[in-house]
Design a protein around this ligand. Structure first.
Ligand code: NI
Length: 404
């Protein structure tokens, strides 16, 4: 039996197990950096796999890393994110969240179950002795949220050396806009860099009846908002991906008091590093409009994750895996949008690629990521398991010598 067909068979045989794991994780979701029960669950499952080396707490308290090694060869990492979101679940399913107000609304429960499945399947393949090299299973916490240092889970794992010596990394994400039987892939930049900006506009403030005696930052706010919202339309080429959105404006305490300060907060999303730098520069110019009106400003840009940059060679092996394992599948080639993904920190350093795995149920109901009704067709679980396992084996076999 070829490796490909034995992988689909093993993954299909694991289906009930994958569903059970995913539902267990779904029932007990945990927020970013707090995945204590989740990481314990993952470590236990990994420890049950013969030949698996398990390490916990590297980089963050709740990380879990499994390794399978068979002799010399390339090192491939498969990454799953493990955290949930502060959302009150409203799916009405029997496996709904038991932790009120916390929900796996981005499918990280499925990602975790799938990578546990890939670990199980790959351990079987390794036992046959046909492959040499190492596969690392990286269960990374805190993809959704950054701490007070502005860092999510991925950079902490990178700093601790989890990806040192790793030649290539792969990952997947649930794709609720495609049914099971579809995947979305894209070479190069596929998800956006995420920067948060905080602006303060300062004036003198004063009595609402005598605005001429002072400077009014709420008056300055109008032209500043226009200038900020004009950045992408007027300063970025229509061929480049970028978004600047303002999500918060706060000012004032009473109808007759002109405040001395206005706070603005927003998000900057870009694909290329050049556009990211350009938007930061233009943002400074846009808020400096306040100076022309007699006020002053402060601007702070907190740089978050870089864009997800999919390596074409790694992507090709993922595509080949899908084509060989599931010949009838639809493969959509298009970027994944302006959302962020902290796997971007990994693809910034080593060749890597993420693909989106169709998970929509066949009933026409929209169940978008990060909504209280998000849910998946669990038939996608063995598919994700098989594709990740096959792609990892192809990387072990085909990784170019000059790159190892
Ligand atoms: Ni996600």
């Amino acid at each position: 039996m070829s490796a490909d067909s034995s992988i689909t068979k093993s993954a299909e045989e694991l289906k009930e197990q994958l569903i059970e794991w995913r539902r267990r994780l779904h029932r007990y979701p945990e927020l970013s950096f707090q995945e204590v029960g989740t990481s314990r669950f993952i470590a236990r499952r990994l420890a049950e796999i013969k030949g698996m080396d398990v390490e916990c707490g590297i980089g963050t308290k709740t990380s879990v890393i499994g390794s399978l090694t068979a002799g010399e060869g390339p090192v491939v990492a498969i990454r799953a994110d493990t955290d949930a979101l502060p959302i009150l679940e409203n799916t009405g399913m029997g496996y709904s969240s038991r932790n009120e107000g916390v929900m796996h609304a981005c499918g990280h429960d499925a990602h975790t179950a799938i990578v546990l499945g890939a670990a199980t399947v790959l351990a079987e393949e390794f036992r046959k002795g046909t492959f040499s090299g190492t596969v690392k299973f990286v269960f990374q916490p805190a993809e959704e949220w950054a701490d007070e240092e502005g860092l999510s889970g991925s950079p902490y794992l990178i700093r601790s050396g989890v990806y040192e010596g790793v030649d290539a990394a792969i990952a997947l994400h649930m794709c609720p806009w495609l049914p099971v039987g579809g995947v979305q892939v894209n070479d190069g930049c596929s998800m956006a860099s995420v920067d948060v900006f905080k602006v303060k506009l300062f004036g003198s403030g004063g009595h609402g009846a005598y605005p001429e005696k002072g400077t009014d930052p709420i008056w300055m706010l109008g032209p500043v908002l226009q200038a900020v919202h004009g950045i992408v339309a007027r300063k970025v080429s229509a061929l480049d991906a970028a978004v600047v959105s303002i999500g918060q404006v706060h000012a004032g305490t009473a109808s007759n008091i002109i405040p001395s300060e206005v706070l603005i907060e927003g998000t900057i999303r870009c694909y290329s590093a050049e556009i990211r730098a350009l938007v930061a520069e233009e943002l400074k110019k846009a808020v400096s409009v306040a100076e022309c009106l007699g006020g002053s400003y402060s601007l702070e840009i907190q740089r978050g994750e870089p864009a997800l940059n999919n390596d074409p060679f790694v992507n090709r092996l993922i595509i080949r895996s899908v084509e060989e394992l599931y010949p009838g599948f639809r493969i959509v080639k298009a970027p994944f949008g302006l959302g962020g993904e902290d796997f971007g920190y990994v693809t910034e350093r080593i060749p890597g690629a993420m693909f989106f795995l169709g998970c929509a149920r066949d009933d026409g109901v929209r169940r978008d990521l990060h909504t209280p009704v998000f849910d998946i067709d669990e038939a996608c679980l063995p598919v994700g398991t098989a594709v990740l396992a096959a792609a990892a084996l192809k990387l072990l076999e085909d990784w170019p010598d000059e790159q190892t």
